[in-house]
Design a protein around this ligand. Structure first.
Ligand code: NDP
Length: 323
């Protein structure tokens, strides 16, 4: 089968298109014929060797995908060959076939096509946990969403609006802010607006936002603290700047701020949190209240370009690769 192989870590061009063996599902795993792969910023970091866990080479990237169940490993029940599913926590999906633990399969509402299904699990479960499980956001509250036109950003705006929250969206260009407005963002601000801290405070009643989804990090992190209201919750989800941030705990005391880290991978093993998120998300997707935003779509051979476009901030929505 055709697939991408990474033999040494580095920039996107280390990804090579190769002829690879078709993987076999182990006990408790299923094999899927891959239809669409959702590319996350995490994939870009993993290829660069900068992800939260160590990337061991050689490997085939791709952790989020949609496809048709093709073979069941030993002991797998409740899944049918021929069923379309989305998969999270699988491995090597930048290929024609990939395996995933049966526990990582996410049922796909019938109204989603393969690309939308591949755009669903990571961004929407992360958005839910940021807004609700850890963020404890409630209807009527303001939330600030950074990188608002990206995969997580568009999911966060839609979900926050569906949950009755008010959204301040930030992004790097006017075109991106237009996307955020189209999804219902109440206030939009350029990431480099010189008055951004004051404008965020003003938007949310003068004191700042009670909830902020932080994905940029680096020197922007201090600004996030400044944009938060007293008693505000800052949920640290990403570090797209790839720079270190300084956190002085004293700053948190002064305004009773809470900073909470969020990493989806370990949270998915929390069965109660996952069940609650899945119930809400499946209902909202099936009713059309939220729709995964599919961004640019690339062929497998163009994977390096897809990864580079994410790094260059050229993409909006979820980048999809079709094998
Ligand atoms: P996106 O589709 O949002 O793409 C990344 C975006 O980050 C860019 O479009 C850009 O938006 C923004 N950005 C800001 N600064 C930079 C920079 N210096 N270089 C490149 N991009 C920058 O990706 P994802 O939705 O996959 O991820 C968004 C963030 O959320 C990432 O930080 C990712 O690691 C994190 N994440 C974390 C998860 C977790 O479990 N903790 C799960 C999912 C995502 P703009 O141009 O508007 O600034």
């Amino acid at each position: 089968m055709r697939g991408i192989l990474v033999e040494r870590l580095g920039p996107p061009e280390v990804m090579q298109l190769r002829d690879l063996p078709v993987p076999q599902p182990g006990p408790g795993e299923v094999r899927l014929k891959v239809e669409a792969v959702g590319i996350n910023f995490a994939d870009v970091l993993a290829v660069a060797g900068e992800y939260l866990t160590r990337t061991r080479v050689p490997y085939t990237p791709g952790m989020e995908f949609a496809g048709v169940v093709d073979m069941l490993g030993e002991g797998v029940t409740g899944v049918q060959v021929g069923q379309r599913v989305a998969a999270l926590g699988g491995r090597g999906s930048l290929a024609q076939y990939a395996v995933c633990p049966a526990a990582g399969l996410v049922p796909v509402p019938e109204n989603l096509n393969a690309a939308q299904a591949a755009a669903f699990p990571v961004s929407y479960f992360t958005a839910y946990h940021g807004l609700k499980t850890l963020g404890r956001g409630v209807a009527g509250e303001w939330v600030l969403v950074q990188a608002a036109a990206g995969a997580l950003g568009t999911a966060s705006i839609q979900l926050a609006k569906a949950l009755g929250m008010h959204v301040v969206a930030m992004a790097s260009t006017e075109e991106k802010l237009e996307i955020a407005r189209g999804l219902g963002a109440d206030v939009t601000l350029l990431q480099d607006d010189p008055d951004r801290v004051q404008k965020v405070r003003d938007a949310a009643g003068g004191k700042g936002v009670p909830l902020l989804l932080e994905v940029v990090g680096g020197k922007r992190f201090q600004e996030s603290l400044d944009m938060a209201a007293p008693l505000g919750r800052i949920i640290v989800i990403g570090n797209a700047s790839r720079e270190q941030a300084n956190l002085r705990p004293f700053e948190l005391m002064k305004r009773n701020l809470t900073v909470t880290g969020l990493w989806l991978t370990p949270l998915m093993t929390d069965r109660e949190a996952t069940r609650e998120a899945a119930e809400v998300l499946t209902r909202l997707v099936a009713s059309g209240q939220v729709t995964p935003q599919v961004g640019p779509t690339y062929a497998l051979a163009d994977s390096p370009r897809a990864f580079q476009d994410i790094l260059d901030r050229k993409t909006t929505g979820k980048v999809i690769i079709e094998p």
